[in-house]
Design a protein. Sequence first.
Length: 159
Amino acid sequence: MLGTDLGTVTKVETMVSGNDGVVIVREDLCRDVVSDADAFTAVEAVFAAMAAGDAVNCPVVREAIGHADTLYGIKSGFDRAGMALGVKSGGYLPQNVTNVGISNHQSSVSLFDPDTGRLQAVIGGRCHHHHNIIQSASVDGGSCQPRNPCRRDGYRHDW
């Protein structure tokens, strides 16, 4: 989740970049690439695009894979307004904390050029987890804003 503007990637291009121009955002660089404010702005923009019919979420695939009680899934979507095309692949591996000392939730995000389909960036797992937390906070915070892009009329509910 580098936001709807892949220009954000330029902050790390000189640090980590594949030979073919694919940017690899390592887990330890993630917080340097996308700030909390950037993530909040990106989530607002995507929700506004969805409300306007300019973004789509593709069907989610989630399965128990029959190994170590793992649940694995793939989510994807496209934001035409922001020209962001991506897929998240990952799952819940309940043995991780006990067996190898890492989070039970693991995933990575791949971003693609929507015009050519070429891979542009791969974002490491734990930094994606960091942005899941920011995204959740953004959604919660966005619902408290005077104008809420989640709603077609742009206004929040008064509960």
